[in-house]
Design a protein around this ligand. Structure first.
Ligand code: SF4
Length: 303
């Protein structure tokens, strides 16, 4: 079975203590059953600390977050993980090992990527000046399984990558081919998005800007990051059409999010990669890490 990823994937490194929006703050951290068993049997002081830090009252065991910030109980004051420091990376539970990676399993291969809710991933992916390419990062040599439905979707996605990477056209023109901006009523979308589940009030402040009059184009400096964002969205969200059959809706979802981030970047006067990465990070953590929010947008696009 092949494992496929964007070419920059292997360059990812968590920036730990230097991270401004640590995934160890404010996010529920579920513990998988195997790690839970391991944690419950761990001897010594760390074992005792672990057992005192796990909440098993809900459906899924999770770390009991601390304080108003909701920090992971193992995140120390330097922004580092005490579990990694004392027991090594192999001691982590599945979700902490995986984050910010996402996977999609096809019949013949698996795809893996880095989520934009992580600022280090955002800088790596959105800051890449070269067109995104996929590459095989692991191959166990097993026979490939051919699935016509998957092949058709992946060919379509390749053609959309090519469209988004056609640098002979300004980025907004490329995006217009997926969803014309004139079809988007930003007042309605702002109202709709403001009703969805939310983590950070900063996102609400941004959404409230959407109905404002806005010049169409994004600054030149954001052309390539915007292209990378569109390819990321198509890479991550189009495969879901194999489950829900909503290929068109998912293309429109990617285009809507692209237009949304582009509009916010213009309305907020965003001129640097870092500011753009922050807008993409907010979208990612507020929308795409909530299945309910993605489904709600897909349902709304279908109306
Ligand atoms: S968000 Fe990314 S860079 Fe920040 S702590 Fe998590 S994995 Fe590391």
């Amino acid at each position: 079975m092949k494992l496929i990823a964007p070419e920059r994937y292997p360059d990812f490194q968590c920036i730990a203590g230097a991270c401004r929006h640590s995934c160890c703050i404010g996010w529920e951290i579920d513990i998988d059953p195997e790690s839970l068993r391991r944690f419950q049997q761990m001897p010594g002081e760390m074992g005792e600390r672990l057992r005192q830090s796990i909440d098993t009252t809900g459906e899924t065991a999770c770390f009991a977050l601390k304080g108003w910030e909701e920090r992971c109980p193992f995140l120390n004051d330097d922004g580092l993980c005490d579990m990694i420091l004392e027991l090594g990376e192999d001691s982590l539970c599945q979700i902490c090992t995986d984050h910010p990676r996402f996977r999609y399993s096809f019949a013949g291969h698996t795809e893996i990527g880095l989520g934009l809710c992580c600022e280090a991933a955002g800088r790596l992916l959105l800051g890449d000046p070269l067109p995104m390419k996929l590459t095989v990062i692991e191959d166990d040599g097993a026979d490939e399984v051919d699935d016509p439905e998957e092949n058709e979707l992946l060919e379509l996605r390749d053609s959309l990558f090519a469209l988004m990477q056609d640098r002979s056209l300004p980025m907004m023109q490329r995006m217009e081919q997926l969803l014309p901006a004139a079809e988007i009523d930003w007042t309605e979308w702002a109202d709709f998005l403001l009703e969805l589940e939310r983590l950070d009030e900063k996102w609400a402040e941004l959404l409230e800007l959407l109905p404002q009059a806005c010049p169409e184009a994004i600054p030149d400096v954001l052309e390539t990051p915007m292209e990378q964002l569109m390819c990321y969205l198509l890479y991550r969200h189009l495969p879901g059409a194999l489950e829900d059959g909503d290929t068109e809706g998912r293309i429109r979802y990617c285009a809507l999010i692209g237009q949304l981030v582009a509009r916010l970047s213009v309305l907020t006067g965003c001129r640097t990669l870092d500011d753009f990465v922050e807008l993409a990070r907010l979208y990612s953590s507020e929308i795409e890490y909530s299945d309910e929010n993605v489904s709600a947008i897909l349902d709304q696009l279908a109306q």
